[in-house]
Ligand binder design. Structure first.
Ligand code: ATP
Length: 614
């Protein structure tokens, strides 16, 4: 007798159940990665929250080993805190967040991160997590011991109680989970160090499982620039997205739907697009059919619309990169700090993005190893999946030999004493996976990174040329300044005359304007710049001094032959090793100047800015 086949069973799974079985999708695929991602998610949330509220971040991160491979992570911030009723949703429900529906650049986007970490802790230890949070408007803080009801994707609250907290505002997240603590390039320590580079306005304290504490101190007292939320741009809109938007819309007609849901669309433009597509602008959105949606999408690609607004972008900023690299990499004693360069606003699939690059070079950085590439997306360091990332692709496709670095057959990561920071940012960066560890190598992004890299590296070529030129000029000047005083001394001895003022003679022979820096260290360090006119003429020119932390513009007027001009700058804000200032001149023949460069013509040029008018 034939056995009766059981009917196939279909069952819906909750998102939490799905995650329980597929945790690798969010990066929890090994014990060390799991611990790393927990810290990353909590720290990113803290920084996002501080940035949104203009707070200078103060973070305390602690990892301790409980037993065997069970660790506890505690991340405490001084952020705005979370409203009590929001806590179960924000921390106990996957895909719940404040950012998913907003077109704006933030570190977190999907509403998955910290909840996934709590769920991972629950799965691997059976323990609940602890959240304590306080807002300035509340008299007390609220403490939650909570996990996740996996079947229903909602919070499972064990306790919720008011507690007295010392801080005025902030949030503490404490999760126990299975993990492995490692040191090295892909460690929590390295992650926090790279976070410190691009957040010089944050103070970040880290205590490792041995109890060793390290603090990345704040070196700028300025809140980070916030991005503004903007509506999506219609370039890049897909047929399915338009259809579902229309079916759920409460707008009265199609033209209103376009004006209210997208940026850069006026009533006139909306009517024009719809009429060109053969769709009545007064039609009810729910009546939109697939063929009509297809025609609208194809018309949009033909209509010239204003590009997306750059307001949704939040760069790290030139100043923050400069100061951050100085305070974190200063101890490695590089010889040269490149001026950080940012590109213009570009578009990928209707979404704006931009690229910033910073570099330190030479000095005591190792020259026999691959250059260190520090990748960032929306201010978050990317430590994994380098091989699949747009940044690595752009670096590999650049010919570095022209900048004096070694590179096998002109391809791949270059070798040389360099740390290169690349930041790609925008409200919708395409990542290769949900764990957001690499930027998808789409053409527009790779090409823009290459462009900005070229501009940054041009400085390196100038730096190398300058060193060469200064060496030659220095030799000549040293000889002249040694020989002339000796001749003056000897001849006056023979003639039994007083030693004459030989500076004019020296000027005649040397014929240079000499710029030099001395660093004095009394109570506090200071830099003294001297400009000595060893030419026969009176000179006037502009001098730009670029300190690693700021730029100064000086007008030098009527500096007579053999006269000296001095400028002093305090160096008390410099942490670690001070690598010296760079000097640039305009308004004088640069051949006459030793110790300064001609100011490059593109010094202050910004990329093509997007017009901001609607
Ligand atoms: N330390 C914090 N301070 C204030 N709000 C927080 C904090 N941590 C989390 N939140 C809130 O909880 C929400 C959920 O966080 P979660 O990490 O799950 O997602 P996300 O950061 O929005 O996105 P992603 O999954 O891309 O990280 C956040 O959107 C934020 O509103």
């Amino acid at each position: 007798m034939q056995e009766k086949k059981k009917p196939q069973e279909f069952k819906q799974v909750s998102i939490s159940e799905f995650f329980e079985k597929n945790r690798h999708i969010l990066g929890f695929d090994s014990l060390q990665r799991a611990l790393f991602i927990m810290v990353k998610e909590a720290v990113d949330n803290s920084l996002d929250a501080c940035e949104e509220h203009g707070i200078l971040p103060d973070l305390d991160v602690k990892i301790s080993r409980i037993s065997g491979d069970i660790y506890e992570m505690v991340v405490l911030d001084n952020g705005p805190g979370i409203e009590r009723t929001q806590v179960p949703k924000a921390f106990g429900q996957l895909l719940y967040g404040s950012r998913f529906h907003v077109m704006r650049q933030t570190r977190g986007q999907q509403g998955l991160g910290i909840t996934a970490a709590i769920l991972y802790g629950q799965i691997t230890t059976g323990e609940f997590s602890h959240i304590t949070t306080k807002r300035p408007v509340d008299d007390v803080a609220y403490h939650f011991e909570m996990g996740i009801d996996i079947k229903n994707n909602v919070a499972n609250i064990k306790t919720e109680e008011p507690v007295i907290w010392k801080a005025e505002h902030g949030t503490e997240v404490r999760i126990r989970a299975k993990g492995k603590y490692i040191t090295g390039r892909q460690s929590i320590h390295e992650y926090l160090k790279e976070v410190a580079v691009v957040n010089p306005n944050a103070r970040i304290r880290f205590t490792d499982p041995d109890g060793t504490a390290i603090t990345f101190e704040r070196s700028i007292e300025e809140p980070s620039r916030q991005s503004k939320p903007v509506k999506p741009h219609p370039y890049g809109l897909e047929v399915g997205e338009l259809l579902s938007l229309a079916s759920e819309s409460s707008n009265r007609n199609m033209k209103e739907l376009f004006v209210e849901n997208f940026s850069r669309i006026s009533l006139n433009t909306a009517s024009e697009i719809l009429e060109k597509s053969g769709v009545d602008p007064e039609m009810r959105p729910a009546a939109l059919e697939r063929a009509e949606a297809e025609r609208i999408i194809s018309t949009i690609s033909e209509v010239k619309l204003m590009p997306p607004s750059a307001e949704s972008l939040s760069p790290i900023s030139e100043q923050f990169i400069r100061v951050g690299m100085l305070s974190v990499y200063g101890d490695e004693r590089p010889g040269f700090y490149g001026k950080p360069i940012s590109g213009s606003v570009r578009i990928h699939k209707g979404n704006p993005f931009s690229v910033e690059i910073g570099m330190v070079y030479g000095g005591e950085l190792p020259s026999d190893q691959p250059a260190r590439i520090i990748r960032y997306a929306n201010k978050v360091p990317l430590l994994f999946q380098a091989g699949s990332c747009a940044i690595t692709e752009a670096i590999s496709e650049t010919d570095w030999r022209q900048y004096g670095m070694e590179q096998k057959q002109g391809k791949g990561v270059p070798y040389g004493p360099a740390i290169i920071l690349v930041h790609v940012y925008g409200p919708k960066i395409p990542y290769v996976s949900e764990s957001k560890e690499a930027i998808a190598p789409v053409n527009e992004i790779v090409e823009e990174i290459k462009n900005v890299l070229k501009a940054e590296m041009r400085q390196l070529r100038r730096f190398n040329n300058r060193i060469e030129r200064n060496k030659k000029m220095g030799e000549k000047f040293r000889l002249v300044s040694k020989i002339i005083p000796e001749i003056a001394k000897k001849s006056s001895e023979i003639l039994k005359l007083e030693v004459p003022d030989y500076r004019r003679t020296m000027s005649k022979i040397a014929n240079v304007v000499f710029v030099r820096e001395e660093v004095e260290n009394e109570d506090k360090k200071k830099s003294i710049t001297s400009v000595i006119n060893y030419t026969d003429d009176t000179v006037s020119f502009d001098l730009k001094i670029v300190f690693p932390f700021r730029e100064v513009d000086i007008k030098i007027e009527n500096l007579g032959s053999a006269e000296t001009y001095s400028y002093e700058e305090g160096l008390d804000q410099v942490k670690g090793n001070y690598t010296g200032a760079e000097y640039f001149v305009t308004g004088i023949n640069p051949v006459l100047v030793q110790g300064a460069e001609e100011l490059p013509a593109d010094w202050d040029l910004k990329g093509v800015e997007v017009n901001e008018q609607e």
